[in-house]
Design a protein around this ligand. Structure first.
Ligand SMILES: NC(=O)c1ccc[n+]([C@@H]2O[C@H](COP(=O)([O-])OP(=O)(O)OC[C@H]3O[C@@H](n4cnc5c(N)ncnc54)[C@H](O)[C@@H]3O)[C@@H](O)[C@H]2O)c1
Length: 334
């Protein structure tokens, strides 16, 4: 029997998923539907993000889809009405893009979050708000293994705005007794990701290259260590936080149990996809400037508070990922 997360029923719950056409949001939408929730997706399908309408093609008739922008306070205010849970997966998600276009990143990743929080404070204080943060908020680690108390010194604009928006969420939790929590993720991989651009999570890009039988390029020796997490595990953590009052006002890292060097992730990806190769080249200057070295993160707190644990590891996650893309690769290469 397949090992599965024991997730609570969401029958009768109305959920809003901002960024629900993207990688994590769409996997979350599938799982919430499976658990019985009524799902509304709020997404502007930003061409610079990983949104893809194909991500919901199989559930299109079961969801409400609002083509709207979190920068628009009145649309946000309308969409949160009568929702029990609001998952915020909308974001401008590219680190390099945030360095090229800092104002856009600021508007979406900080102002957009304030719009959601302020709308909830004014019009739906009973709801539960789950925000997604990132391990890159920490910047270069000051100690291993990093936990939620680790200081934050982000090295790029995206991570800085994720850092400040998380603080807005915690301020609203404390000052207005709004039921919120933050799940910080790191290197999520799996089905429905943006696998054709190096601008997003590196391990999904590696998967895309290998599936096209192209070489994966690793900068330097690829020795820096990273936690990775299969998307179903990330989704379970997000849902569990929304259904457990112990999560209120808390920040959690939801990361996999193991860590690997970037080179190991590349080699394992090639092995499991059964195609492509790995090529090692010198660091480009722009990437070296925002590189943070080893990043090993603890998942102890979320295990203790919410009883969450990752079920898939790198190998089993890659096997499932390959099975998914084999059926629809072209939909993810445009
Ligand atoms: N993928 C990862 O490894 C990872 C790691 C850490 C944190 N996160 C966080 O998880 C969340 C989801 O990331 P993802 O990987 O699914 O990204 P994604 O780029 O696949 O999805 C983001 C979605 O947000 C939508 N969006 C962008 N701007 C919007 C706006 N102004 N209004 C409405 N919708 C908008 C996009 O159209 C897209 O569908 C983000 O907050 C991201 O920072 C992801």
């Amino acid at each position: 029997m397949e090992n599965k997360h024991l997730l609570p029923s969401m029958r009768g719950q109305k959920v809003l998923i901002t960024g629900g056409l993207g990688f994590i949001g769409s996997n979350l939408a599938h799982k919430c539907l499976e658990l019985g929730a009524e799902v509304t997706i709020f997404d502007c399908l930003d061409p610079r993000s990983g949104g893809n309408l194909f991500n919901v093609h199989d559930i299109r008739d079961s969801i409400e889809l609002c083509h709207q922008d979190i920068q628009d306070f009145s649309s946000v205010s309308h969409s949160i009405l009568n929702k029990n849970v609001i998952f915020n997966c909308a974001a401008s998600t590219s680190h390099p893009f945030s360095m090229r276009e800092p104002w856009i990143d600021l508007d979406v990743n900080s102002r957009g979050v304030v719009n959601l929080l302020e709308a909830i404070r004014r019009f739906n204080k009973q709801s539960c708000f789950i925000h997604i943060g990132t391990s890159t908020q920490l910047g270069k680690l000051q100690y291993d293994i990093a936990d939620e108390k680790h200081p934050e010194f982000p090295t790029d604009i995206y991570s800085a705005n994720k850092c400040v928006s998380e603080k807005y969420v915690l301020i609203y939790a404390k000052s207005y007794a709004i039921n919120t929590s933050v799940i910080r993720l790191s290197n999520v991989f799996g089905p429905r990701a943006s696998i054709h651009s190096p601008d997003f999570t590196f391990n999904n890009y590696f998967i895309g290259l290998a599936l096209q039988n192209r070489d994966i390029t690793v900068y330097g020796k690829g020795e820096q260590l990273r936690n990775v997490i299969y998307v179903d595990d990330a989704v379970s953590a997000i849902i569990m936080a929304s259904q457990n009052s112990r999560a209120n006002g808390e920040t959690f890292f939801a990361v996999g149990d193991e860590h690997f060097s970037v080179a190991q992730i590349a080699e394992q990806t090639v092995k499991q996809m059964g195609s492509g190769g790995v090529k090692y080249i010198e660091w480009p200057k722009s990437r070296k400037a925002i590189e943070i070295g080893d990043a090993i993160i603890s998942n102890k707190k979320i295990k203790e508070y919410l009883g969450w644990t990752p079920i898939d590891n790198l190998e089993s996650g890659l096997i499932k990922t390959k099975a998914f893309y084999e059926k629809c690769l072209q939909e993810y290469l445009r």
